[in-house]
Design a protein around this ligand. Sequence first.
Ligand code: GLN
Length: 444
Amino acid sequence: MSCHLTVEKLVTLNERYHPFSDLTKDLSDLTDYPPKFHFSAKDNICALGFQARAGSKILDGYRPPFDATVVRKMREADGILIGKTNMDEFGFGTFCTNSAFGVPLNPHDVERSCGGSSGGAAAIAALLEKHVSLAESTGGSISCPASFCGVIGFTPTYGRVSRYGLIDYANSLDKIGLIVRAPSDLRRFLPIISGPDKKDPTSCVQPRLELDGFKVKSVAVPEEALRNLDPAVLQAFEAALGKLKEQGIEAHRVSMPSLGFALAAYYVLATSEASTNLARYKGMLFGVRGGHIDQSFNDYFSEVRSANFGKEAKRRVLLGTYTRMVGFRDRYYLKALAVRQLIIKEYQGLMERDDAVLTPTMPFIAPRFTEIAKMKPLEVYQADFLTVPPNLTGMPHISLPCGYHDGMPIGMQFVAPHWEERRLLDVADRWCGEFKIRFPGAIA
Ligand code: GLN
């Protein structure tokens, strides 16, 4: 069978929606598809033959001389990497408006954001049939864009998938996962990308990945998660709870007070780690050179960073350096670590009775770029209040489309205990067996 996907089609699609930051020039390998398949990788995942810029100007021109473990495994399984997907710089953002390489547009409405930070990954999953996107989440970057683009976002347990070859944002939070169109894609590709890898010690002690053998009977729905939502989101979510009940999944309303602290703890921890990770970019080892070399190291580094880090990256270096400083560390960094433990305990407590925790994914439908332009940084951070909590715990979670408003998709997010990915596959199978996902005009 011959391939329906051509480079010309991809270029046209990229001109219209801009999901890619680097694109293949050659698809001849795909002519005997299937069993071959095409996939993309978020721009912070290294791959031979492509730039890896993580959405940042400071990495412009960086071509890693190796494949990330996930890319290697996908290639070994006959996957063809067609491009690197656009993202917020280093993962810093919720709307993909912080990329140095153009802003991807939502395929359901080009005046709206496709979410972030894995915006391009979600957009391309919505646009292309038979495609699988490798994405990454630190604090919701898989769930958020999946919800805004109306596709399935799967974030595995922390440590399930090797992070070798991932450009770090916050090492204790980063997870590589999948954005796809159907639960069958998860069944096919999760086993491929999962498993221990000596090159990432955090992946080495993990129980075997189970895909079956669990039927979810009840979910906990925290009341705190249903406040401050766009009424359309609340309505779609409540309707989804009704449909889940018909499918044999009972919802128990519970209280989860720690949800109110998750956002503050996350932004302290994530920026603390990010500020140390960004220290390696100084115009010497990777990406851009430039700057005048006839000055002191500090002045040279400052010149390169001032010119090549975006505004949000600079904000996070300042924030994260402050929260780690002697004198402030106890008040911010250590306190945030304690909150993180509290959140883990609360999820575990809820999941003693219920099989998963369920909330909407985002508090509103994908916003218009004109609305985003008016938002203050803190308002942008607040949009993550439902996607950040499971990320702090390292527990696996999935965002599934659950309704539509004004033609725009709305998502719901299930969280399962550590290593219990199979519970998420169970709800995904059952939900998608009945719910009809709408895709924007598919190209191939
Ligand atoms: N929006 C969150 C942030 O800016 C999450 C990003 C992510 O998961 N990479 O930190």
